[in-house]
Design a protein around this ligand. Structure first.
Ligand SMILES: [Zn+2]
Length: 110
């Protein structure tokens, strides 16, 4: 499997849409290729952040229907989720910066 083929399969991998043969080839390539591994890691974190964002939206919706006495507790949960989301955003930024540094580093070598 080439890097190009591998990176095209990343979204399908994250959605569990690869068949057994594709999955085996995909994992074996990612394990031996740092470039594709990093690409997968970036997509993985973005997928994770999107999921956390969706969950936060559901929590906000629930709060509207919540009883007064539950508001305080749920607010605490929401703040925790917000902090987790901010952490994920920070991680994404870090990865983008690392990606840029790596790209510049590779370009410098050519
Ligand atoms: Zn590769």
């Amino acid at each position: 499997m080439t890097c190009n083929e591998c990176q095209k399969l990343i979204p399908e991998y994250l959605n569990n849409q690869l068949n057994k043969k594709e999955l085996e080839a995909f994992i074996s390539h990612v394990r031996s290729c740092p470039v594709c591994y990093e690409e997968l890691e970036t997509y993985f974190i973005i997928a994770l952040a999107t999921r956390v964002l969706d969950e936060s939206a559901e929590v906000s919706y629930d709060i509207k229907d919540m009883l007064e006495q539950d508001l305080d507790d749920k607010e605490k949960t929401l703040n925790k989720k917000k902090r987790r989301f901010i952490l994920l955003l920070a991680m994404i930024l870090l990865f983008l910066i690392l990606d840029l540094i790596l790209t510049f580093h590779l370009l410098g070598n050519f």
